[in-house]
Design a protein around this ligand. Structure first.
Ligand SMILES: [Zn+2]
Length: 87
């Protein structure tokens, strides 16, 4: 069974972690991409972000895909955003 992350205190300050939907921005080569609606645990005290197991890798992958899309679509001057929605 998966252990509830909320039972684990923040490793930085020992604060309580809360489940939140966060927004992450990445910048590379003049392109900014934004991912929002990412489920993560956020420390209520210091704001440290903890992703679900493997979540950080998936977020990095998604950001990489958006950067690739920006290059392919020559959308260098634009800001790309991806939002995660449950339907
Ligand atoms: Zn903390």
């Amino acid at each position: 069974m998966r252990k509830l992350l909320s039972e684990v205190p923040c490793t930085e300050c020992g604060g309580q972690l809360r489940s939140k939907y966060i927004t992450q921005e990445f910048e590379r080569g003049g392109v900014k991409v934004k991912l929002s609606g990412i489920s993560a645990m956020v420390c209520a005290k210091c704001g440290e972000i903890y992703f679900q197991p493997g979540g950080a890798d998936k977020v990095a992958e998604a950001a990489n895909s958006l950067f690739e899309l920006a290059v392919v679509g020559k959308q260098h001057k634009h800001r790309l955003a991806a939002q995660i929605c449950r339907v």
